[in-house]
Design a protein around this ligand. Structure first.
Ligand code: SF4
Length: 374
């Protein structure tokens, strides 16, 4: 199923580890006007994609407000964008019912923005799911990261979201940074689990603050897997865990190479086949006149994407999605070697990476690329 992503590139302050495109500024209204123009300008884009022919896969069923920090904006501005997305892509010319509501509508929030009023307004505009950036339940680490909330603020925000009626909440955590001990990591995992969110995403720190000792990172990753499994969360992707039936539909569609449109500076779009395009990451240029670029994936790039995206998931790669040519080009010697070593599981027509090896999934996958040479 197709999805819509809307980028809100504004933050109250920059966190030390973040390289997403976002700026500390408040000129939100002209930005939202530009978003509404882009939504309108691209209203027929799904219909023009190769293979459309009224096919269900081109009906957007998920809407995702990401950032940056969408929760920073006044709720009425977000509501205008949600309404425009619904009106534009729920039109009768789509094979979706008139008045189409998104099956999953996620808003990314930061705990310090979650007032009772905003939580109620997000619910009222149709959001079904909230993804909250908590990152840690240790106040020393939160201060070091330059987050604007405390652990207690995150708990208060979580309670407000529940009180507003949200029954699908996701929390983000970060591990693998310098100074994170196993004890502190265990305490953060326990605090997250105690809240009983439906979904937990955990990302490994990259860049200059990353823990250089790979063994420590691997151990923290295994701790996370074991503790979340014990608490009833299933891992469905390298960084994502959910209670049964609460996997993110929007992100799952990315990994299945389904089509999506991204709106706002820096947002990317994909036609479900070979065309990837993007808007230039520059708020002022975007508001003045939207610009961007596009690329057409080569045969090799399509195969690499299929491997990279599907093997990140515990479901793995269904070989039936590969063309005969792609099947021939798989690096079979490495595949057999990895299979013997237990790094890859081959079951009927599915290849997958076992959970205990997901920590090094990028390394394993890159060696299956046809062009890989040691
Ligand atoms: S609030 Fe989120 S998007 Fe903004 S700087 Fe921090 S991590 Fe990055």
């Amino acid at each position: 199923m197709a999805g819509l992503y809307v980028h809100f590139p504004f933050c109250a302050a920059k966190c030390i580890y973040c390289d997403f495109y976002s700026r500390v500024r408040k000129d939100w209204t002209p930005y939202v006007e530009a978003l509404l123009r882009e939504l309108s300008d691209r209203r027929d884009e799904f219909v023009k994609m190769p293979g459309y022919a009224g096919h269900d896969v081109f009906v957007p069923t998920t809407l995702y407000f990401g950032g940056g920090t969408p929760s920073l904006l006044p709720a009425p501005l977000l509501a205008r964008v949600a309404e425009a997305a619904r009106e534009t892509f729920g039109r009768p010319s789509c094979p979706a019912p008139t008045g189409h509501l998104f099956e999953e509508f996620t808003i990314e929030v930061n705990p310090d923005d979650v007032s009772t009023e905003k939580a109620t307004a997000w619910r009222a505009m149709g959001a079904t799911r909230i993804s909250m950036g908590v990152q840690s339940f240790d106040d020393r680490h939160l201060r070091w990261m330059r987050r604007r909330h405390t652990a207690a603020d995150a708990v208060t925000a979580f309670d407000r979201l529940r009180a507003a009626g949200f029954d699908n909440l996701s929390l983000d955590l970060i591990f693998g940074f310098t100074g994170l001990t196993d004890e502190t990591w265990a305490a953060s995992i326990a605090a997250a689990v105690a809240l009983r969110p439906e979904h937990i995403s955990c990302y490994q720190m990259t860049g200059r603050y990353a823990e250089p000792d790979e063994e420590i990172c691997r151990r923290q990753y295994r701790m996370l897997q074991e503790r979340l499994h014990a608490a009833g969360y299933g891992q469905y992707e390298v960084s994502n865990y959910a209670l049964p039936g609460k996997e993110s539909q929007h992100n799952s569609a990315y990994w299945a190479r389904e089509p999506y449109l991204g709106f706002g500076p820096g947002a990317h779009s994909f036609d479900g086949d070979r065309r990837r395009s993007w808007n230039t990451p520059d708020i002022d240029a975007y508001v003045a006149s939207r610009q961007g670029g596009e690329e057409w994936l080569s045969d090799s790039e399509v195969l690499e994407e299929k491997l990279m995206l599907s093997l990140r998931t515990v479901r793995g790669l269904d070989l039936s999605i590969l063309t005969d040519d792609e099947l021939c080009r798989l690096n079979k010697t490495t595949l057999e070697e990895f299979s013997r070593a237990g790094k890859i599981i081959l079951e009927k027509a599915v290849i997958r990476i076992p959970e205990e090896e997901l920590f090094v999934s990028d390394w394993i996958i890159s060696r299956l690329f046809p062009e890989y040479t040691a």
